[in-house]
Design a protein. Structure first.
Length: 363
């Protein structure tokens, strides 16, 4: 428990801005651990002269003493901004206009607060964190290797995976081992019952535990249980597409790329303020309000059209994201004429602009 001091504000100066702009209001920031929720609040605090920061997960924090300090600061008019990290409803909030609450989920978001889910870095944000003036291709290779958590970017390479493991262990506690098992399922088509069946082979776990756990992980943004557009099956993805490297030497490269694309689509949905309801289709495509996308990393015109011949969703256009190819074409399918446009991932992540209102999306 501490007032944000001069030394703390000096740390803010070195922090990089994010795409999230916080307004001067009561805000509830939530999301998975390590995505930059606290840093975002600290950056915002630079606009105020009298800020009080309390971290409820700090073992030195006594809730009763914290409430007394908040009340004292408020009554003495020595409080312009209040930041409560790891928020618990046991904290008594004053009648103050500018409050930021931070938590992993929005389960305890007060009614008069605006909730805002925070995600890791998009690729555009990632390159803005670069201080070495690396080439765009070098930055992309590092992005593929190191992932998208803000804190990780400034660490020594030898410590990055260890730090990710620490972040997960601290936030997931007794569920850490189960989460590690989930990491091996990245990009797989599963039902919730199928996940339970796999997990119970190596963990003493009941349905009464695994179902609420998956729901909690999904709501907080640790995982994404992406639904199929018609069937009950789901695909499992993570908030950092490189997390499987925390538990295994090698990863499913295509699953990692799909995960990376999904996170970029979520970021674009936020940017263009459209609903982020995304589904997956039968050939691995993502069906989103911004259009339909599929990742075919090493492509040619022939390999793209061979894959798209199996496309059976009622749509007239699809974006093909690649690592090595750009182009476009038209394919006559049994049910439609499909136009495809191939973009390399870097150009897509930095320059993509959606069609005005994709009317070609029909369920």
């Amino acid at each position: 428990m501490q007032d944000i001091s001069k030394s703390y504000l000096e740390r803010v100066v070195g922090m990089k801005p994010r795409r999230y702009g916080l307004k001067k209001q009561k805000t509830f920031l939530y999301g998975a651990s390590g995505v930059g929720k606290s840093s975002l609040a600290f950056l915002h605090s630079a606009k105020y002269k009298k800020t009080l920061y309390i971290n409820c997960s700090d073992s030195r924090t006594n809730i009763e003493s914290a409430n007394a300090l908040i009340l004292k600061s408020f009554l003495e008019k020595n409080l312009e901004l209040l930041i409560i990290d790891s928020y618990t409803p046991k904290i008594s909030l004053p009648n103050l206009n500018h409050i930021i609450l931070i938590a992993n989920s929005n389960a305890h978001c007060p009614k008069d607060f605006k909730s805002k889910k925070i995600h890791p870095l998009s690729f555009e944000e990632y390159i803005s964190f670069d201080s070495k003036n690396l080439s765009i291709n070098n930055l992309f290779n590092l992005f593929l290797k190191e992932g998208n958590l803000p804190e990780i970017q400034k660490l020594d390479p030898s410590y990055k995976i260890t730090r990710k493991q620490e972040i997960l262990q601290l936030s997931l506690k007794n569920d850490f081992d189960i989460f590690c098992s989930l990491l091996t399922m990245q990009g797989q088509k599963l039902t919730i019952n199928h996940i339970y069946t796999i997990l119970k082979k190596t963990h003493k776990i009941s349905k009464d535990r695994i179902y609420p756990l998956l729901q909690s992980l999904n709501e907080s943004g640790f995982i994404f249980l992406l639904p199929h557009h018609t069937s009950p099956s789901k695909k499992l993805y993570f908030y950092d597409f490189t997390l499987p490297l925390c538990v295994q030497i090698e990863r499913n490269f295509l699953a990692s790329l799909e995960n990376m694309l999904l996170l970029e689509l979520i970021a674009f949905c936020e940017r263009y303020e459209c609903e982020s309801s995304i589904y997956y289709g039968d050939i691995g495509e993502f069906i989103s309000p911004l259009g339909i996308f599929i990742f075919l990393p090493f492509s040619t015109k022939e390999s793209i059209e061979s894959k798209l011949k199996k496309f059976n969703f009622h749509a007239s256009h699809i974006y093909v994201i690649t690592l090595n190819f750009e182009g476009s074409g038209k394919l006559n399918l049994a049910h439609t004429t499909l136009e495809w446009e191939a973009l390399n991932f870097i150009d897509f992540a930095l320059e993509f602009s959606p069609q005005a209102k994709p009317s070609h999306l029909k369920h």
